[in-house]
Design a protein around this ligand. Sequence first.
Ligand code: SF4
Length: 128
Amino acid sequence: MGTTPGSFTYDGECPILGASENPSKLRVREEGTIQSVVDAADQLDWQEQAACRDYDNILFFGPDQGESEIEKQAREARAKMVCQGCPVAEPCLEFAMETNQKYGIWGGLTDKERASLKRRRARARRAS
Ligand code: SF4
């Protein structure tokens, strides 16, 4: 546990726990959303049940460089398997959606899958 994939560095358990415990290390800092992450993290008592607490963060976020597409797909598949058994996948996903997480697997979805879900939700809101 607790590796250092480039700038994403904390001895976290779940990536979400790391977000609340050490927000200065979050990648989203670059996106200018750190305050909203910290605010949301204040309400994240569900994170104590995160299935990824026992896994290295690199499984969910990958290395900063040097990962082939095949390696990435295999890693993401392993991470998603952890999420499948996670009792807090739903609040995890909603946290990622609300705080606009750009990287990593959250709630069993990749960044692209979350972006797709965001578009679908926006379309559904417009249609209603
Ligand atoms: S859904 Fe996945 S990333 Fe989210 S808390 Fe559970 S195991 Fe961790």
